[in-house]
Design a protein around this ligand. Structure first.
Ligand code: DOR
Length: 448
C-alpha cells in the first residue's frame, strides 16, 4: 500500500471503554492499524506519545460559528481554529446566522462556504421557523445533522412558538429534531417581576431566576411529550437543571428515541460565578445552581445525559460589557472544550472512558456519523493527544477566537491538548496551528 503515513507509538489509547497502551498507524487520512509493538516500523512521521493519552477527537454537536452574517463575532476559519486547539475534530453549526438557515438553499450555501476553510469536519443544522414546514418536510438526512428548533427565544429571533407549527414539525420532520427548551411565557413573567424590582438595573445574578428552572422544565417536558406523541427522534440540547433529568431515561444511546446533551460550561460553572464573571457567563439557558451542576454530572455517569458539547457562542467583549439586560447571551468555549470536560476526570467525577464516550463515541452514534468517533481500523484518523499531567493557564494572547476573550482567562486547566489530527492531518501541535485546513463535510444519517 502507498500513501502518507503517520505512526503514533506508546500512547495510552482511550477507546470503547478501555485504556490500553499501544500504537496507531495512520495512512492517507485513515486509521490503518491499531495494535502494539509497531516501533520498528517505517512511517513518514513517528510521534512518541509516551505518557500521553490518545482520544478520538471531540465531535461538538452544538456551535455557533456565526457565518454568514455575523462574522464580526466569528467565522468558520477563526472558530474552527479555536476548535482544533480545544480537541474538537468535528462540529455541527447552528442556524441562527444571518440569514437564518431555514431553507435547503441556505444550508447548501453553508456547506459551500465551509469547504476549504474549516480546520475541523463540519455539518450544519436546518433551522425550524414558524413558516418553513415545507422546507423541513423536504430535507433529507444526508443534507443536515438535524432540524434545530428554538422552543425558547435566544440570539437570532428564531423562536418557534406556534403550537400548530410545533405539532407539524414533530409529526413530519424526516430527521432528528434538536431543541432549545425554555418557555417564553415563564421567562417574560419572571423578567417583568425583576424589572418591577430593579428597573433597568437588573443584576446578572438574576439571570437564572428569569431563565428559570421552571422555564426549562415547562419547555423540555413539552418537547418530550410532543416527541412521544409523534414518535419523533428528539435530542434536547443543553440541559441545565436537576428537575429536567426525570424526563430522560438512563442507558446506552443506541436505540433511544429521546436523547439529551449537556454543555461544558453548565457542567463546570454554577451561579456563584455571576459575582466574578458577570455577563461573561450570561448564556441561554442560564448557568444554574451548584446542585443542578452536580446533578448534570451524575446524569452523565448514569447515561441519562448522552453527550457533551460546547454551545460555543461568541460575542464581542464590548457587547458583553453592557448592562445585564442589554448584553447578549453566549460565550466562547471551543478552545477549551476537552480541557473543560477533562476537569471532571481530574475531580474523579467522570472516568476518562466516560469523557470519551460523551464527547465522541455517543455523538457519532447519535447522529449516525459515518466512520468517525472511535479509534478503529478503517475509520478516519480524527485523534487528539492530551497531556493529563501538565495543564496550562488560559492566556488572553493565546486565544484564537475572533472575539479574543474567554471567561477562563487567568484560570488553569489540568489537561492540555498537545496535538489534534483531523482526517490524518496534524491541525494543532504544541500550542500552535500548523497551517493545515483539513476539515471535510461530515456524513451524518440522523434520520427520524
Ligand atoms: O447563550 C446562547 N447563545 N444561547 C443560545 O441559544 C444562542 C447562543 C447565541 O447564538 O449567541
Amino acid at each position: 500500500m502507498t500513501g502518507k503515513t503517520l505512526l503514533i507509538v506508546n500512547a495510552n489509547i482511550v477507546n470503547e471503554g478501555q485504556i490500553t497502551q499501544g500504537d496507531v498507524l495512520v495512512r492517507d487520512g485513515h486509521i490503518e492499524r491499531v495494535g502494539f509493538g509497531f516501533t520498528g516500523q517505517q512511517a513518514d512521521r513517528i510521534i512518541d506519545a509516551r505518557g500521553r493519552h490518545l482520544l478520538p477527537g471531540m465531535i461538538d454537536d452544538q456551535v455557533h460559528f456565526r457565518e454568514p452574517g455575523l462574522t464580526h463575532k466569528g467565522d468558520i476559519a477563526t472558530e474552527s481554529s479555536a476548535a482544533v486547539a480545544g480537541g474538537i475534530t468535528s462540529f455541527m453549526d447552528m442556524p441562527n446566522s444571518i440569514p437564518n438557515t431555514t431553507s435547503r438553499t441556505a444550508l447548501a450555501d453553508k456547506y459551500l462556504a465551509a469547504a476549504g476553510r474549516a480546520r475541523a469536519n463540519f455539518a450544519f443544522y436546518l433551522g425550524g421557523a414558524n413558516d418553513n414546514i415545507d422546507e423541513i418536510r423536504a430535507v433529507r438526512p444526508e443534507q443536515t445533522c438535524g432540524v434545530k428548533v428554538f422552543m425558547g427565544a435566544s440570539t437570532g429571533n428564531m423562536l418557534v412558538d406556534d403550537p400548530v407549527t410545533l405539532e407539524r414539525i414533530f409529526a413530519d420532520c424526516p430527521v432528528l429534531i434538536a431543541t432549545h427548551c425554555e418557555d417564553n411565557a415563564v421567562i417574560r413573567a419572571n423578567e417583568q417581576r425583576l424589572r418591577a424590582q430593579y428597573g433597568d438595573d437588573v443584576p446578572v445574578a438574576a439571570h437564572p431566576l428569569i431563565r428559570s428552572a421552571e422555564a426549562c422544565y415547562q419547555s423540555s417536558s413539552l418537547a418530550v411529550s410532543l416527541a412521544r406523541r409523534h414518535d419523533a427522534r428528539l435530542h434536547v440540547l443543553h440541559l441545565t437543571t436537576a428537575r429536567e433529568l426525570e424526563l430522560f431515561t438512563p442507558g446506552p444511546v443506541q436505540g433511544k428515541r429521546i436523547t439529551a446533551e449537556a454543555c461544558v460550561h453548565h457542567l463546570y460553572l454554577d451561579d456563584s460565578r455571576y459575582e466574578d464573571l458577570g455577563n461573561l457567563i450570561k448564556c441561554n439557558p442560564a448557568v444554574k445552581t451548584a446542585a443542578d451542576r452536580a446533578a448534570l454530572v451524575a446524569a452523565l455517569r448514569e447515561d441519562r445525559i448522552d453527550v457533551v458539547a460546547t454551545d460555543h457562542a461568541p460575542h464581542p467583549l464590548r457587547e458583553k460589557e453592557q448592562s445585564y439586560l442589554r448584553a447578549p447571551a453566549g460565550l466562547p468555549l471551543a478552545q477549551h472544550a476537552l480541557p473543560l470536560a477533562l476537569e471532571h476526570y481530574h475531580d474523579a467525577a467522570l472516568s476518562l472512558e466516560t469523557v470519551v464516550r460523551k464527547t465522541s463515541h455517543a455523538v457519532a452514534d447519535l447522529f449516525g456519523i459515518r466512520d468517525r468517533g472511535y479509534v478503529r481500523e478503517g475509520y478516519w484518523a480524527d485523534l487528539v493527544l492530551v497531556d493529563l499531567n501538565h495543564g496550562e493557564e488560559v492566556r488572553g494572547d493565546d486565544l484564537l477566537y475572533k472575539v479574543a476573550w474567554s471567561p477562563f482567562e487567568g484560570m488553569r486547566f489540568r489537561s492540555r491538548v498537545v496535538l489534534t489530527l483531523v482526517n490524518g492531518v496534524v491541525a494543532w501541535e504544541d500550542g500552535a496551528l500548523t497551517g493545515e485546513v483539513p476539515g471535510r463535510r461530515l456524513e451524518c444519517h440522523a434520520a427520524r
